[in-house]
Design a protein around this ligand. Structure first.
Ligand SMILES: [Zn+2]
Ligand SMILES: [Zn+2]
Length: 374
């Protein structure tokens, strides 16, 4: 399970970067071991920092928002340029881990990656094998991730003797503590790559565009993600790749709108057909269906064609297709048509008062009344 980083900082999922920073600072002041003697404060403080480290980084935050956990098991921020360089060392200094760390490995797991994939309704409904092109870090083919030029090997760091850290003793209000910081000469690796690989500059990985095929099952919905294990970023030093998430975006359809696995469409029916009843043919996503419009159909009524919606992603069966009937009243009647309708009304005993065309009709009369010209 991914950690609830938002919950840890007590911010909403749509919190701005400033909100997150403010929440972090407030909590850090509250739980910093300098000011909070409660033993649980230490754990809490670590948790708060981890949450901030994730949510203050847009890339990591996106992974969290997609349900992933961007925290690589090795933990250390890559490259040594982030705002939390040395943070772990401060923590270790306070909590006595300083002597047991050793050099950090050059090979670390890679990050997850996200790709958006636009699909038509037909593709989300019935599935598709979609070609995708993904741009990620891949293992350097020249050094196979080692980072050292061919025929060379990393050399033990003289500055730290290969331990990757330099210890010092400090006096703090907590007492005398041993603090360790990463060796500045080797960035904590304990070794130096004296002759970096020309291709990757010693990182053990290069960027490349790869073409993959992702199998989209039938019944997927807008916003769903397909996880492709180990197709994400290769880690530093050629470390194992993270996962690739393919997020599905369904293009709006010209005719059908989708609600869950049900589809909706609108069909215009002439007033006469609605009154007399008729039979219409509907082109569904994958077939043609003939349905009866009952005599006496009212405006805003709908028909349901069972099993002609989107297939269920889990289990069998499909949603329904709802056909909404727009009963169209005729406009611009010819004199013959008008006469026929008046005869019809008279037959039903629905006498219709005639509007005077010369005066522009009832609406014009109303308008004049409001404007005081009546
Ligand atoms: Zn290389
Ligand atoms: Zn060193």
């Amino acid at each position: 399970m991914a950690k609830d980083y938002y919950g840890i900082l007590g911010v909403r999922r749509d919190a701005s970067a400033d909100d997150i920073k403010r929440a972090y600072r407030q909590l850090a002041r509250q739980f910093h071991p300098d000011v909070n003697p409660d033993p649980t404060a230490q754990e809490k403080f670590k948790e708060i920092n981890a949450a901030y480290e994730v949510l203050s980084d847009p890339k990591r935050r996106e992974i969290v928002d997609l349900g992933g956990d961007p925290f690589a098991p090795a933990g250390a921020p890559g490259g040594g340029t982030g705002p939390f360089v040395g943070f772990q060392d401060i923590m270790d200094a306070f909590f006595g881990n300083a002597t047991s760390r050793g050099p950090r490995p050059r090979t670390r797991p890679g990050a997850d990656a996200i790709l958006r994939l636009e699909l038509d309704l037909h593709e989300t409904a019935f599935g598709v094998e979609a070609p995708i092109s993904v741009d990620t870090a891949v293992m350097c083919q020249t050094c196979n991730g080692a980072g050292a030029a061919a025929g060379t090997h990393p050399a033990t760091c003289d500055t730290c003797g290969g331990r990757g850290e330099i210890q010092s003793i400090q006096r703090t209000f907590l007492g005398q503590v041993v603090s360790a910081r990463p060796c500045p000469a080797c960035q904590g690796y304990g070794t130096l790559i004296t002759h970096p690989c020309q291709k990757c500059g010693g990182d053990g990985r290069t960027r490349a565009r790869r073409n993959l095929t992702v199998k989209i099952p039938s019944g997927v919905e807008d916003g769903m993600r397909i996880r492709l294990a180990q197709q994400g970023e290769v880690g530093p030093g050629g470390g194992p790749a993270g996962d690739l998430y393919v997020e599905i975006h369904e293009r709006p359809h010209d005719i059908f709108s989708r609600k869950g696995d049900d589809l909706h469409c609108r069909v215009t029916v002439p007033m006469t057909a609605a009154a007399l009843g008729t039979r219409i043919t509907i082109k569904t996503l994958d077939s043609e269906e003939t349905v009866d419009v009952r005599a006496g159909t009212q405006p805003n009524s709908s028909l349901r064609i069972r099993g002609k919606g989107v297939p269920h992603l889990r289990g069998t069966g499909r949603g329904d297709l709802h056909v909404h009937l727009d009963v169209r009243t005729p406009t611009k009647l010819s004199p013959d048509e008008e006469r026929a309708l008046r005869d019809f009304a008279r037959t039903r005993g629905e006498e219709v008062a005639e509007l005077s065309r010369k005066q522009g009709g009832f609406l014009s009369f109303m308008r004049d009344a409001f404007n005081g010209h009546a």
